[in-house]
Structure formats: structure tokens, C-alpha cells
Write a protein that binds this ligand. Structure first.
Ligand SMILES: Nc1ncnc2c1ncn2[C@@H]1O[C@H](COP(=O)(O)OP(=O)(O)OP(=O)(O)O)[C@@H](O)[C@H]1O
Ligand SMILES: [Mg+2]
Length: 330
């Protein structure tokens, strides 16, 4: 197994062996294209004035090498892009896959150019425009309606990645002793968690939703549809990083997306419009969506995958308590 690094020699040797460079073409410089935790991702600029992105998934999390992760995940990402190629509206909003190396879990992708993702929205006072929101919600509604187990001959299961996500969404954040002290995130937060987790109705609801997430569903989901997967580029909104994709319940995807709009404190009309834009294209089960939304908000407050959010302890407590209510009373 080849392990890429950011040395020009390593990159050039690898690309030449793969025959992924043109005659006499050489990579002249490399840079980190943006923030990422899971994988090794690099922008390469060549002597032919070409740039592309090379991405390798390994059997660990890039930023935390002691944490194991499904080694082949980048191949699931490539499969997602391959499936949606049939729909130009969707594929025009994602990077083109130029080459895939299944042996070493490496893909070569079109460079969407220097751009920023939308995680700046977690900062106070930053709001999405209605036009951007419409594109974001229409993309995901189009994905769910056009690509289903009925219309696709190839089904992506991505069980390993789902198992990993299941642990971090539905289990770890709600465990009594998981080795994480939430007071390190914000003093007082550990008590917020300890106060809610011994609720049997909550644990039952989490089990039920977690099982739904693990069961195979009908719609092709991006799998990680939040601010970090949306890129603001010179040619408009682009969607990246479907490494958690699978065929599942669309309410999970919309719930996750809505949770992040809430956590980013978007104004109420934006939240409402997000759902309206989706519903212009496809229906969904509101209660189920709200439950997945509640879990996502709670796990981002109480779990390992923390976000640069601004809410005070009191606000986080209120969100967590409201989450418990949504999960247990409906
Ligand atoms: N095709 C592309 N064109 C331009 N920039 C890109 C492209 N792919 C990725 N990037 C940049 O690199 C960053 C990391 O990429 P990506 O999200 O795919 O990696 P990751 O390791 O899976 O990240 P995460 O840990 O968030 O899952 C992106 O946020 C984006 O800024
Ligand atoms: Mg990723």
C-alpha cells in the first residue's frame, strides 16, 4: 500500500507510475486545499498549468492517526460521483473524478479552485442568502428523488462508514462513561449530559433511530450534508465529500442539514424556507426528520465531533433538553 505525503518526489513518482500525468508533465508545487480531518487531501499544480486534487483514505483518521477508520472510504465517494454522473444538474455541482486507484484508495479529482466551505456560518451574524439556500436544498432533493434503489442498478452500502457514524451519532455522546470530559469543551457541559442520559425513553428512541440509520433505505444520500460539504467557489455552489454516502432514509439527511442551520443560528425564515425549498421537490416525514435533527444537534453538543459554535452553556442546555423532548414525546 502506497502512503502519499506532500513531498514532490513522492507525488511525481506515484502519478508517473499510474500514468496519470501527460508526457513530460511534472507536479511543480503542492498545497493543502482546505481544512479536512479524515483524509489525506492535496492540491497539485503541474508544469502543464493543470491543477487537480488528489485524495487518499487510509485505515486511520488523518488528523488523529490513533483512531481507526474504514480504509476504502474514498472509493465509496468515487462510486457516489459515478452514479450521479447521469444527472448533469447534480454532476455539474460536484468535482469530476479524473482517475481512481482501487488498490491504494486514491482518487484524482477536478480542482474546483480556491474556495471556502460554509463553516463560517457558525460565527455570529453570518447568514446564508436565500439563493444559496435554494441551491443547497434543491440539490439534495434532486439527489433523493432521482437516485433510488428503484432507479439505480448499483447500490452503495458503505456499512463500515455507517457503523463508524452510528457509534458517534447515536451511542458515544449518550454514554455515561465514554472517556470524554465535556467540561473541557465548556465548564458545566458534562452535567448537562449526565442529567439527561439515564432517561429510558431517550435511550429507546436513540436505539430506534440508530437502527433506522443502519437499515438499508430507498434514497441515495450524500451522508454528511452539512456546512463543511458545501463549497462557495468562483463558479457557484459545489458539493463535495460524499464519503458517508449510502441508500437510506432521506429524513436523516434533511434532519442533519436542518440541525446545522439551527446550530449556525440562521434566522427563522431561512430555516422555514429550507424545508419549503425541499418540499417543492419532494415530501418527507416531518416528525422523523425532526427526530434525526434533534439527535444531530445533541451529538454535536455532547459528542466528539465538536463544531466552532457560539451558543452559551444555557443555550446548549436548552437545545439538549428540547432534543430530549422531541425524541421522547412525539
Ligand atoms: N475538488 C476540490 N476542489 C477544491 N477544493 C477541494 C476539493 N476537494 C476538497 N477541497 C478542499 O479540501 C478540503 C478537504 O476536503 P474534504 O472535505 O474532501 O476532505 P476530508 O478529509 O474528507 O474532510 P473531513 O474531515 O471534513 O471529512 C475541503 O474543505 C475543501 O476546502
Ligand atoms: Mg470527509
Amino acid at each position: 500500500m502506497i502512503k502519499l505525503d506532500n513531498q514532490l518526489e513522492t507525488i511525481n513518482n506515484y502519478l508517473q507510475n499510474q500514468k496519470w500525468l501527460d508526457d513530460n508533465e511534472k507536479v511543480e508545487s503542492v498545497e493543502k486545499p482546505g481544512d479536512g480531518n479524515m483524509n489525506f487531501t492535496l492540491r497539485c499544480k503541474t508544469s502543464n498549468n493543470r491543477t487537480f486534487i488528489i485524495k487518499q483514505s487510509r485505515d486511520f483518521v488523518e488528523k488523529f492517526p490513533q483512531v481507526p477508520a474504514p480504509e476504502e472510504r474514498v472509493l465509496r465517494e468515487a462510486e457516489f460521483y459515478e452514479i450521479i454522473k447521469k444527472n448533469p444538474d447534480l454532476s455539474n455541482r460536484t468535482p469530476e473524478i479524473l482517475a481512481v486507484d482501487e488498490e491504494n484508495n486514491i482518487i484524482l479529482m477536478e480542482d474546483l479552485g480556491e474556495s471556502s466551505d460554509y463553516t463560517f456560518l457558525y460565527q455570529e451574524g453570518e447568514n446564508l442568502s436565500e439563493a444559496e439556500l435554494k441551491e443547497i436544498m434543491h440539490f439534495i432533493a434532486d439527489l433523493h428523488t432521482h437516485f433510488t434503489t428503484e432507479t439505480c442498478s448499483k447500490i452503495i452500502y458503505n456499512n463500515e462508514m455507517r457503523k463508524l457514524n452510528h457509534e458517534h451519532i447515536f451511542k458515544f455522546p449518550f454514554m455515561k462513561d465514554n472517556g470524554m470530559n465535556l467540561d473541557d469543551v465548556m465548564p458545566g457541559l458534562e452535567a448537562v449530559k449526565q442529567d439527561i442520559i439515564s432517561n429510558d425513553a431517550l435511550q429507546l428512541a436513540l436505539k430506534h433511530l440508530g437502527d433506522l440509520y443502519l437499515a438499508n433505505g430507498k434514497h441515495l444520500l450524500h451522508g454528511d450534508y452539512f456546512l463543511g460539504s458545501w463549497l462557495n467557489t468562483k463558479s457557484g455552489l459545489k458539493i463535495i465529500d460524499p464519503e458517508f454516502c449510502f441508500f437510506g432514509p432521506k429524513e436523516f439527511e434533511i434532519g442533519v442539514c436542518m440541525a446545522h442551520l439551527y446550530l449556525a443560528q440562521q434566522p427563522y425564515p431561512i430555516i422555514q424556507k429550507a424545508m419549503d425549498f425541499y418540499k417543492e421537490k419532494a415530501p418527507f416525514d416531518d416528525v422523523l426528520m425532526m427526530k434525526f435533527m434533534a439527535v444531530e444537534m445533541m451529538r454535536r453538543i455532547l459528542g466528539l465531533a465538536q463544531l466552532p459554535i457560539n451558543q452559551t452553556l444555557e443555550e446548549r442546555k436548552a437545545l439538549v433538553e428540547r432534543g430530549v423532548m422531541m425524541l421522547t414525546k412525539y
